[in-house]
Design a protein around this ligand. Structure first.
Ligand code: ADP
Ligand code: CIR
Length: 421
């Protein structure tokens, strides 16, 4: 294997070296990590007509898209788009990754958006009390969104990050002025340029307080996947959030997507956070200058191909002390995987589970699924998970058990789950 892939200039000579290095590295990585989709699909792509026809400039952008999967060998996807157009420009590559990850065997599925949850549960009501919960659950639904007019975060430089934040200030002010929302803007941006003060700047202590309260996102610069993709560059410029006066509606800016729009509250009715997010999105979309990037095939465009389509993650924090009695999430993941559910820690992705056995559960599917089906899947998933959690401990096997007792009880399988989230 040749030297590291490190081409910074788009020349014909560099092109040949870059292509050779990428293919060599990918081949090598696949011997240790055969599930790295970036490496799996990059090789045939660079040999395809589309790959060979890329301009030197586009090839460098393609390298930016896949660098995370080369630098981080254990990546499940290993790629991010740098602009919404990348999903078309490098379509031969992204389409293969996307349809593999999201399990579309037909190769032709098109995403459809549908927020009408009036038919789910009982008349649109998904009440977790019916599943035996007598304490409120922490519920959250978020979507990833990006504006057509800006690069995706991996390609933004510091000036564009500041420009994006400044453009969003108008939209946030419209929400602050709206009696349904009100609230505050919290920004980490040190300044809006040399000598230009940021009026919404928060202290380090306030930032930590908001992270601990699950309102703001954690230090992206510490995430090697995002770092290799340039998504955490210029940290913390262009990063922050708006939060409504009642604390339940939040819009992050400058994380993995330009915008993560969410509703979060403690309660029993899952549909409350879902419906409020739907209403908030309509308000946001009606604000001048807000035009979300979409794709005919993949719905809402996100940086990571895993979030395409709905961009939605609907989660609850649930306590499952029996399934986590060994202090890890291993058993919970074993149970949740076939149910199409992801298990995360109480601080979000790549964080530990709570000491009391609390985990974050969410349906894994985002693309080729309707929004209303995600929230219903969460409800049904909680029901199935709690059935496993509350299952009486198995009695030690008798010496010669009757045949029907020997048969193992399998968790219902939904779809082949993707390896990464
Ligand atoms: P995302 O959900 O946007 O993919 P993370 O998994 O990193 O990102 O979570 C972001 C933050 O949201 C973390 O602080 C996490 O604890 C919080 N969070 C997610 N779901 C819930 C929930 N149901 N209740 C409370 N906080 C939540
Ligand atoms: C990977 O490919 O494994 C990482 N880039 C993470 C993918 C999970 N998606 C995400 O965090 N949005």
């Amino acid at each position: 294997m040749g030297g590291a892939v490190s081409v910074e200039e788009a020349t014909a000579e560099n092109r040949e070296k870059l292509v050779g290095d990428l293919k060599g590295k990918a081949t090598d990585i696949l011997t240790r990590f055969p599930d790295n989709r970036c490496c799996k699909y990059l090789i045939p792509y660079l040999d395809s007509e589309e790959g060979k026809a890329l301009s030197n400039e586009d090839l460098l952008t393609f390298y930016q898209c896949v660098r995370t999967g080369i630098d981080n060998e254990d990546s499940g996807l290993g790629c991010y788009a740098m602009t919404p157009d990348d999903y078309t420009k490098f379509g031969g590559f992204f389409n293969a990754v996307i349809r593999d990850y999201h399990g579309d065997a037909t190769g032709t599925a098109k995403h459809e958006t549908d927020w009408d949850a009036s038919g789910v549960g009982e008349g649109g009501v998904l009440d977790v009390r019916k599943l035996g919960f007598d304490q409120e659950l922490s519920m959250r639904v978020r979507v990833g969104r990006n504006l057509k007019a800006f690069n995706l975060p991996g390609k933004m430089d510091q000036a564009e990050r500041i420009k994006f934040e400044q453009q969003m200030l108008g939209a946030f002010q419209a929400l602050v002025d709206n009696p349904d929302y009100g609230g505050n803007i919290y920004s980490m941006t040190p300044n809006f340029g040399e000598g230009v003060e940021n009026p919404n700047k928060i202290s380090d202590e306030k930032y930590q307080e908001l992270v601990d309260a699950h309102v703001l996102f954690k230090d992206m610069d510490a995430d090697p996947f995002l770092k290799s993709a340039g998504i955490s560059s210029d940290w913390p410029y262009g990063r922050g959030c708006w939060q409504s006066a009642d604390g339940q509606c939040i819009i992050w800016f400058g994380e993995e997507d330009q915008l993560r729009i969410m509703c979060m509250k403690k309660g029993f009715l899952l549909n409350e956070v879902f419906d409020r997010l739907n209403t908030m999105l309509k308000t946001v979309e009606s604000i001048e200058g807000i035009d979300f990037a979409t794709s005919d095939d993949y719905g809402y465009v996100t940086s990571c191909p895993s979030n395409l389509g709905t961009g939605m993650r609907a989660s609850v924090h649930v306590k499952i002390p029996n399934l986590t009695s060994d202090g890890t999430d291993a058993k919970a993941k074993e149970v949740c995987n076939p149910l199409g559910l992801s298990v995360r820690g109480t601080g979000g992705e790549h964080t530990p589970i709570g000491a009391d056995g609390t985990v974050d559960i969410s349906p894994r599917a985002r693309l080729f699924i309707k929004e209303k089906d995600i929230i219903e899947k969460l409800y049904k998933g909680i029901e199935l998970l709690m059935a496993q959690e509350n299952k009486p401990a198995e009695a030690p096997p008798a010496e010669a058990p009757p045949a029907e007792v020997v048969a193992t009880e399998e968790a219902p399988k939904e779809e082949a789950p993707p390896a990464a989230e």
